[in-house]
Every structure is written in C-alpha cells, then in structure tokens.
Design a protein around this ligand. Structure first.
Ligand SMILES: [Zn+2]
Length: 271
C-alpha cells in the first residue's frame, strides 16, 4: 500500500514537472497533455470539423489561404532551425482550409491545422492582412498556448494524475474543445490571456516578416478589427483575443524588429 502511494506521488510529480521549453521565449511551460496525445486528437477533431462545414476549394481566396499558410509554415521552420530547434515541427501536419462562414474568425489547432473563415477576409483586406492573422494564430499553436491553458485547468481541477489525462473520454474531449475553440461544435472558447496575446503578436510578426509579408500591416489589421467591433456583429476573433490600444502600439513598435529578424534570413523586401 505504502509502495503504491509512493508510486502515485512519483507519477504525479513526474506529470507536474513535465515541462516543455517554448523555443520562442526560452521559457519553461507546463505541458501536462503531451503533443503525442494532443496531435492525434487535434487531427481527428479537425477532420470532423471539415466534414461538418463547407470547405471552399478552387477559388482565388482558397488559393490565397493555402499560399499564405505554406509561406508561414516555411518561415516558422526556418526560424526554428536557425535557433537550434530543428525537428520541433516534425509531428506537424500543416493544413490550411477556407471555410464558408460569416464569422470573423480564424484559428490554428495543435499540429498546424488551420481554418480561415470567409467572414474575416474583408477585414484581412488582402494577402498581407491575412498573413498577419495566420501568423498570429500559428504563433499560439507553436507556443502551445492552448495546451498551457488546458494543462493549467487540469491542475486547478486536480486532474493531474497520469491515468486521467488521456484525451479519450467525453470530459477531456469537451475540455479540448473549450480550449481550442472548434467553432460551432462548442461555440465557447476561453479568451487568451494578455501575456499570451503579446507573445503571439511578437512571434506572429517575426514569422510573417520572414515569410516576406510587411509586418507594418499587423497594426493596421488590428485597427480594422477593433473598428469592426463597434459595428453590429463584433468579430468572434476578438472574443478569444481581448484587444486594446496598447496592442496596436506594441505591434507598431515591434514591426522594425521583425524586419531586422527577416533580414537575417535574407528577406529585405516585403509585399
Ligand atoms: Zn491571439
């Protein structure tokens, strides 16, 4: 009995200290639900989402989403390789889909599964604005922000016991949906924290710049987003991405640094 308790405590400690290093910040982050468990769940949920929604194929907008997504993915890989994190994206299975929906929204699930809603395209106002959106959403995924929120919630609920964290039962699937916000299935996604937003803004700017998109556009995009929020249909993206004037100021001041970062990769002109 005593041995068993000791074993349980060891397992719990093992789980709690199972931290991952965020390559973009160098910070240790909590990862109770490992990618090896998270990715298959994410991939299955993504496929299900695509079967339940209208995916747009063969239009110039759909082609633009794919083109921007591919450039963002390549840029992320280049940045990680150059910073000693080759292999970080090995288990990623990038996919980019445009979905017919008037919601002003976009997201990236763990493992690089991206959806852009047609409703956000008028605010993106072209390829560079779209790159700002996709760069930001990909940044959340790369930095494991959803995973951190999910892990933190597990700890709060005292669920940090090895046997209970596999994402296979109903409760865990619901938690996954809540923290990764798979649109219509759940409808409620918890907002990202201010700290996570700031981090995703910075990472997103670097990636879009390395991909050849002008990082100055990111501040303009968020200006358009907040103007829209005073209209009749506030952007869904803002419900998960609390925003304010300091975000726009921060993006403006970081844009030159993003261009310097891109220059290290030989990217000096931007579209
Ligand atoms: Zn965000």
């Amino acid at each position: 009995m005593k041995l068993k308790n000791t074993f349980i405590i060891l397992v719990m400690v093992g789980v709690i200290v199972s931290c991952a290093t965020n390559p973009f910040t160098g910070k240790k982050t909590m990862a109770i639900v490992p990618n090896s468990q998270l990715f298959p769940t994410a991939f299955a949920q993504y496929d299900q989402f695509l079967t339940e929604n209208k995916v747009i194929k063969g239009t110039s907008d759909a082609a633009m989403v794919t083109r921007v997504g591919q450039k963002i993915a390549v840029a992320a890989e280049r940045w990680l390789n150059a910073n000693g994190y080759a292999g970080y994206l090995n288990d990623y299975k990038w996919e980019y889909n445009l979905v017919e929906d008037k919601a002003i929204n976009a997201w990236c699930m763990p493992g690089g599964k991206i959806v852009v809603y047609t409703g956000i395209l008028p605010i993106a106002k072209g390829e560079t604005g779209l790159a700002a959106i996709m760069g930001h959403e990909v940044a959340h995924a790369l930095a494991n922000h959803g995973q951190q929120r999910m892990s933190a919630a597990y700890v709060q609920q005292g669920v940090a016991i090895a046997g209970n964290i596999a994402i296979k039962d109903e409760q865990s699937r619901n938690a996954f949906n809540q923290y990764y916000g798979i649109g219509s299935q759940v409808g409620v996604m918890l907002p990202f924290s201010r700290a996570h937003e700031t981090e995703a803004d910075k990472i997103g700017l670097y990636i879009m710049a390395i991909a050849g998109y002008n990082p100055d556009e990111a501040a303009e995009l968020w200006k358009r987003m907040s103007t829209q929020s005073s209209g009749q249909a506030p952007p869904e993206l803002l419900s998960t991405h609390p925003s304010n004037d300091s975000r726009i100021a921060n993006l403006t001041s970081l844009a030159p640094k993003a261009k310097e970062e891109a220059a290290k990769f030989g990217v000096t002109s931007f579209r």
